[in-house]
Design a protein around this ligand. Structure first.
Ligand code: RB5
Length: 151
């Protein structure tokens, strides 16, 4: 499984921590940066990873900013990206089983690195539930705001 990971400055330290955990676990990690700790804009980094997830160049994404909110907003603009902001392992589990989330978003200023690691582990190890959840995801994919405007 190929995992893309990016952060802004507020998620920088957590990103490095998670990369070392993921590599130790044997995952194929693609680091999208930033490479040095300086103030950057989260859309610049989140969009690169979300684009590659959207176009199947990577299998999963992990995005980290201060709260996780900005990265979530960015990632969910991309087709086929289902980004879930998770601040505990239960949310990560449900995001996989119910939502088939393919991008995990974390708040570097909200949770500790150790908890982030556990959330990542659950997110990567939990399988999608399918069935009624698949039906609902297909409905999300069919939503066309332009069409709804004219209905
Ligand atoms: C950066 O200060 C902060 O706004 C960003 O990391 C994130 O929390 C945005 O949602």
């Amino acid at each position: 499984m190929k995992i893309g990971i990016a952060s802004d400055h507020a998620g920088f330290e957590m990103r490095l921590y998670l990369i070392s955990y993921l590599k130790k676990e044997g995952y194929n990690v693609v680091d999208y940066g930033p490479s040095v700790l300086k103030k950057v804009d989260y859309p610049d980094y989140g969009a690169k990873v979300a684009f590659d997830l959207s176009t199947n160049k990577i299998d999963r994404a992990i995005l980290i900013c201060g709260t996780g909110i900005g990265m979530s907003i960015v990632a969910n603009r991309f087709p086929r990206v289902r980004a879930a902001l998770c601040y505990n392992p239960f949310l990560a589990e449900i995001a996989r089983i119910h939502n088939d989330a393919n991008a995990l978003v974390l708040g570097g200023r909200i949770i500790a690195n150790e908890l982030a690691c556990e959330i990542v582990r659950i997110f990567l190890e939990t399988k999608f539930g399918g069935g009624r959840h698949l039906r609902r995801i297909k409905k999300i994919e069919k939503i066309n705001p332009e069409k709804l405007k004219n209905d």
